[in-house]
Structure formats: structure tokens, C-alpha cells
Ligand binder design. Structure first.
Ligand code: OXT
Ligand code: ADP
Ligand code: MG
Length: 579
């Protein structure tokens, strides 16, 4: 039931005959009409009343402590639901705080709409110093997939429709929607207002691959002696889980999940090559990329990581321009992953040859060796804990609770957790993504709990947590079932650095022995301090059973980590001798 200004007492309410609506109500109605019923944001001029009215109209409006966290929440809501996550901010500084997350959404191909209130065009364009003056549209444009401004109430419906389509169609991404303060108060006839709204039909249309592209890909795959399928987060986003499983299992090829594709097929699946990563990348002769880009995370498809075996790449992606971005793609398959996977499986028919047995065996044996090598390290009960002892516990807990969503950020905390914690279901692991960005933690945890209703386990480096730590208040306020485990090693990578010049602490170290658990207690959540894997296990299980907001300060040996986790090689080295 659309709201009108009369019903809620906004502009035009004095005369009940008038049947007027206004910008506030049109925007709310447009969002609801399109099923966008959750907003993540921070209130303030000029959008405070908009948030209030949206809440009164049945939209869930979650208020954060910082727009960046609200933006990250919206971005991952987009990934988890395939609907654009909505973030609402005030002008200039609030907008800029949200913009990092919008750029992050675009970089990661997540659909998101950042809606920011803005100052008056006339004053901004003449640079006359309005309250929070900034040409937000111009600033947002290069950092997102599309940017729109709505100046007239009658264009709100179209404006939102354009934003939704831009966010979810083709390669998903971030969209900026600029709403000047004056727009909210603009009044129009309610009937005309209703007519101006647009319910977007088929926002992300299926994109079928060309039959010849499918045939070409199958010809290349069939001739492979050492085929490999790489599943990326685009495959997880596509929610085409059955088709992808059929493609992998019919091909019989080993598959390697990228970080957020873990669990699309279980990490324990017999074809999973996650624990034989180096081997499969080096030795494969045909590599089929499914919703994964050949960017830095895959060493751009060349160099030492990929070894000497000549490679042929097949790539399934919705974005045609992704093809040949780093190396030549011999068989591009452009389309949505569900349609492409289904077409490939259909093309395989009932008699697809099994992947060569010697290759499958070689991969399985390397995987089993690596898993066996790691196993004893995961069982230690040392205090202070090392990463493996602590992660061994979390690995078992995630196995027993496969529906829980794992949020993960840090350096060692990220890289080791990725390897150790097997995922068993699709879209249950969400992390730093394409940029390796710190600060997604609490926003992701909040959105994951809100959007899925499932328990969330956030495994956080102590530095990583600090980027969004104040959102523990938000978690407590909404009583969300979030259990945060902080791997507290007193710093970034390690807590043992010393400033050789004396004076200030070294750049990578924090207060020793910090008690993050007490932050949670300050807001009525549960705080626990643990020093052994046994204590950690008890505390996490209690938190997951109770569903209470919990923060576990898990003390990790400050000397246990390595510089930048598994990507230390990316640090530039000085040729000059260290002083
Ligand atoms: O095959 P081989 O033999 O090679 O073995 C591989 C697998 O086969 C094997 N494996 C297994 N073995 C046994 N069993 C199982 N189950 C298994 N699974 C796998 O293990 C190895 C490794 O496998 P993996 O991990 O798959 O392979 P690899 O080679 O690592 O993969 C390469 C990559 C590139 C795909 C992978 O490493 C990756 O995805 N990396 C992502 C890295 C990343 O994004 N890092 C985050 C950024 S680091 C840095 O930038 C940080 N900052 C700066 C900063 C950032 N980022 N953002 C902002 C806004 N400001 C500043 C900061 C501040 S990190 C950071 C904070 C760090 O401190 P914290 O306190 O938070 O964290 P701690 O470090 O814990 O202190
Ligand atoms: P990862 O980091 O896991 O390797 P990337 O973010 O690099 O994954 O790649 C995701 C890819 O998936 C992008 O190139 C994007 O265009 C593609 N993609 C996203 N959604 C779909 C979809 N529904 N169908 C096809 N491709 C998709
Ligand atoms: Mg740390």
C-alpha cells in the first residue's frame, strides 16, 4: 500500500482532500515496490526524516556508527541476495565515507546503490559554500558503474529503476544515486506520483551463450590431458549451484575454488584441488575460469605460479571485455553463469569422457599429502595459541555448523583461515575480496546476519577489526547473532616489531595484551578472553548456541605470524642496506 503525505503528516497533510505525495514518500514507495526493504546507513542532514519515514513505512533501516561499515554491509547484502544493497548517507563527508564501499562493490562486482543526500545544485555549481557542499555526482562517477541525480519528484521512480538495472544487469556493480535536499520536500499529486513509479521487470536478464562458443569451449576441454576448473566469486554470486555442480562433476576435472567460492561445492568434495593449488596451476593444460578473473589473485595467468606447461584458457563470464584482459582466451563463453553452465552440460551429453585418471590421481595424492601434513598442527593446544591451533578448533565448529556464515579479514588471520577452514555450503565465506581491504568485517557480519538470519562467525585480525570495531555497538543494539573472534597478536602481521630508533612504538605494533572483549561488554554483549584452543572452542560454541552478540579476545603468540601473511612477496624491497 503506497504511502502518501496525508497518511504520515508530511507536506500537504493539512488538507486531507489534497491527496498529495512528496519526494520522501515517492522514494520510499519506489524502494518498496522493487523489493528493496532494507537500508544500511547513518542519519543526518538532509536524510534523517527520510530514514524515519522509511522505518515507519516498514523498511528495515539499520543505523551504523560509520558510513563505510554501512556501505560494506550494503555491498555484501548485494552479493548474498542478488538484489542491490542500499546504503544511505548524508552529503559530502558521509557520502565520501560511503564511497569507499561503493568503489569496493564495483571492484568486486557486487550490486549496490549508494543514496546520498546532497546540497543545492545552484549553490554547489557556483561554489558558494553551502552546508557540506560537494559536487558528489562528479566525484562518484569514475568510482562506480553508473551515477544518476534526480532533480524532480516525478523522476524518482525512473531514477531508482535506472539505478537498479545498472547495479544488477550484466556485470554487477555499484551505483550512485544523488538526491538533493530540496527533492525530498517536492510535492505532487499522489495519483500521478504512483503512476510515475516503475517496478523493474527482469532486472538481470539471462544472457545465453552463443552455441558456437559453447562448442568451441567443449572441444578445448575434451582435448585436455590435465583440465582444471577455477570457480570464482562470480560463480557463487550467480546462485546457479546445481548447474555448476553438474558442470564440475560431469567434466570430472579437479576444481580450485577462489576464496569466496569455497563451499560452492564442498571443500571436501573428491574433485576439490584447494589443497593442491600450486600443483594444479603449474601443471594444468586447459583451465576453465568460471566467474573468476585472471587478476593478481591468479598471478595474471602467467609467470612462475603457472609453471612451464603451455595453457589454454576457457573463460565463462558475463562481461565480454574481461576476455583477453591478461592472457589470450582461446574459448570465451560470454553469458550468465547459470545459462553457460547449463549449455555446457547439455553439450557434454551423456557420454562425456572422464578426466584423465592419472591427472586426477596426481592431484588427489598431492591434496591428501598436504591435508595430512597440516592435520597434526591443527590439533595442538598450545598457550599462547598459534594460528593453526586456534583455527583447528574453528574448522571443526564450521564443519558442525555448515550454515553459519564466516566473515574473515586480516593478513595471517585471513590467509591461514582460508586454507584451514573447509567450507561446506555456497556463499558461506565472505572476506576482503579483490582489493584485500581491511574494514569489511563488522559491516559484512551485520548484513550477513540481517539478510540470511543465520549465525555469523567473524574471524578477525586485531588490526582488521580496528577498522570497523565501533560497530560492535550496532551489533549489540540489534541483538544480532554475531560471534567475533579476534586473533589478538598485538599488531599487524606480528606484535614483536621494535622501532630501532627508540621512542615511539614500531609502526606495526599495538598496545600489548589489549582486552577487546571489554569493548563488547561496554554495550551489553558477551566478552570472553581465551588463551587456549580448548577455551576458544567452548566460548565459540556457547556464543553460537546462545545467538548472543559475543566478542572473543583470542590471544595469539605475537611471534607466530609472517609479514603480510601469504602475500609478503608483494612488498617492495629497498636496494639500500637497512639502517
Ligand atoms: O599448493 P601449495 O603447496 O602451494 O599450498 C597451498 C595450498 O595448496 C594449501 N592448502 C591446504 N593445505 C592443507 N589443507 C588444506 N585444507 C589446504 N588448503 C590450501 O595451502 C597453501 C596456500 O593455499 P592458498 O591460500 O589457497 O594459496 P596462496 O598461494 O596463498 O594463494 C594466493 C592468493 C593470492 C590467492 C591468496 O594468498 C589470497 O587470496 N590472498 C589474499 C591476501 C589478501 O587479500 N590479504 C589482505 C591484505 S594484506 C595487507 O594489505 C594488510 N593491511 C594493509 C591495509 C589493507 N589491506 N586495507 C586497508 C584499508 N588498509 C591497510 C593491513 C593493515 S593486512 C593488514 C592488517 C593485518 O593485521 P591483522 O592483525 O589484521 O592480521 P594478522 O596478520 O593476523 O596480524
Ligand atoms: P574471484 O576474486 O573469486 O576470482 P572475481 O571477482 O575476480 O572473482 O571475478 C568475478 C567475475 O564473475 C567477474 O568477472 C564478473 O564479471 C563475473 N560474474 C559475476 N556475476 C556473473 C554472472 N551472473 N554470470 C557470469 N559472470 C558473472
Ligand atoms: Mg594482528
Amino acid at each position: 500500500m503506497p504511502t502518501t503525505a496525508n497518511q504520515t503528516g508530511a507536506a500537504g497533510a493539512d488538507d486531507p482532500q489534497q491527496d498529495l505525495t512528496d519526494g520522501f514518500h515517492l522514494m520510499i514507495d519506489a524502494l518498496k515496490l522493487n523489493g528493496l526493504t532494507t537500508i544500511y546507513g547513518v542519519p543526518g542532514i538532509p536524510i534523517t526524516d527520510f530514514g524515519r519515514m522509511a522505518q515507519a513505512a516498514g523498511i528495515r533501516v539499520l543505523s551504523f556508527r560509520h558510513e563505510q561499515s554501512a556501505g560494506y554491509a550494503a555491498s555484501i547484502a548485494g552479493f548474498l541476495t542478488r538484489k542491490p544493497g542500499v546504503c544511505l548517507t548524508v552529503s559530502a563527508p558521509g557520502f565520501l565515507n560511503g564511497l569507499t564501499a561503493l568503489a569496493h562493490a564495483t571492484t568486486n562486482c557486487f550490486p549496490m546503490i549508494l543514496i546520498s543526500g546532497s546540497s543545492e545544485r545552484e549553490i554547489v555549481d557556483l561554489q558558494q559554500g553551502d552546508y557540506e557542499e560537494m559536487d558528489q555526482l562528479a566525484i562518484a562517477k569514475p568510482l562506480c558503474k553508473a551515477a544518476f541525480r534526480v532533480l524532480h519528484a516525478q523522476d524518482i521512480g525512473i531514477g531508482l529503476a535506472r539505478a537498479i538495472r545498472a547495479a544488477v544487469s550484466g556485470r554487477p556493480g555499484g551505483v550512485y544515486l544523488d538526491l538533493p535536499a530540496k527533492l525530498f520536500g517536492q510535492v505532487m499529486n499522489a495519483k500521478a506520483g504512483r503512476k510515475s513509479l516503475v517496478k523493474v521487470v527482469d532486472a538481470a536478464p539471462a544472457q545465453l551463450p552463443a552455441p558456437e562458443a559453447v562448442k568451441r569451449a567443449l572441444d578445448v576441454l575434451k582435448a585436455a590431458k590435465k583440465p582444471l576448473i577455477i570457480l570464482g566469486k562470480g560463480a557463487a554470486y550467480a546462485q546457479a549451484d546445481d548447474a555448476i555442480r553438474a558442470l564440475v562433476e560431469t567434466s570430472g576435472a579437479p576444481f580450485l575454488p577462489m576464496s569466496m567460492a569455497k563451499g560452492l561445492l564442498p571443500d571436501t568434495h573428491p574433485q576439490c584441488a584447494g589443497a593442491a593449488r600450486s600443483l594444479v596451476l603449474k601443471e594444468a593444460d586447459v583451465v576453465m575460469l568460471v566467474g573468476a578473473r585472471l587478476n593478481w589473485l591468479l598471478s595474471h595467468g602467467k609467470g612462475k605460479t603457472w609453471g612451464d606447461t603451455p595453457k589454454q584458457f576457457i573463460q565463462i563470464d558475463i562481461e565480454p571485455r574481461e576476455m583477453d584482459s591478461n592472457v589470450g582466451i582461446v574459448a570465451p563463453v560470454v553469458g550468465d553463469i547459470g545459462s553457460c553452465a547449463a549449455a555446457l552440460v547439455a553439450g557434454m551429453g551423456g557420454h562425456w569422457p572422464a578426466a584423465p585418471a592419472d591427472w586426477v590421481k596426481t592431484v588427489a595424492s598431492k591434496r591428501d599429502d598436504n591435508v595430512a601434513k597440516m592435520a597434526p598442527r591443527l590439533m595442538n593446544n598450545n598457550a599462547p595459541m598459534d594460528y593453526h591451533g586456534a583455527l583447528g578448533v574453528l574448522r571443526s565448529i564450521v564443519k558442525e555448523r555448515p550454515d553459519a556464515i564466516l566473515v574473515n579479514e586480516g593478513a595471517n588471520t585471513l590467509d591461514l583461515a582460508r586454507g584451514v577452514i573447509d567450507m561446506h555450503r555456497p556463499r558461506k565465506r565472505i572476506d576482503v575480496g579483490t582489493w584485500g581491504v581491511m574494514g569489511i568485517g563488522m559491516g559484512y557480519a551485520i548484513a550477513a546476519a540481517v539478510e540470511t538470519g543465520k549465525p555469523v562467525l567473524a574471524v578477525e585480525g586485531d588490526s582488521a577489526f580496528g577498522f570497523s570495531g565501533m560497530e560492535v555497538e550496532t551489533i549489540c543494539r540489534y541483538r544480532l547473532p554475531v560471534c567475533i573472534v579476534i586473533f589478538n597478536n598485538d599488531g599487524i602481521y606480528r606484535g614483536t616489531d621494535v622501532n630501532p630508533a627508540g621512542g615511539d612504538a614500531a609502526t606495526t605494533v599495538f598496545v600489548k595484551g589489549a582486552r577487546y572483549d571489554r569493548m563488547m561488554e561496554a554495550f551489553g554483549g558477551v566478552g570472553v578472553h581465551v588463551t587456549t584452543p580448548d577455551e576458544l572452542k567452548r566460548a565459540v560454541n556457547a556464543a553460537m548456541d546462545s545467538g548472543q552478540p559475543t566478542l572473543i579476545n583470542a590471544v595469539i603468540d605475537p611471534a607466530a605470524g609472517s609479514e603480510s601473511g601469504r602475500i609478503g612477496n608483494l612488498n617492495p624491497q629497498s636496494v639500500l642496506k637497512k639502517k
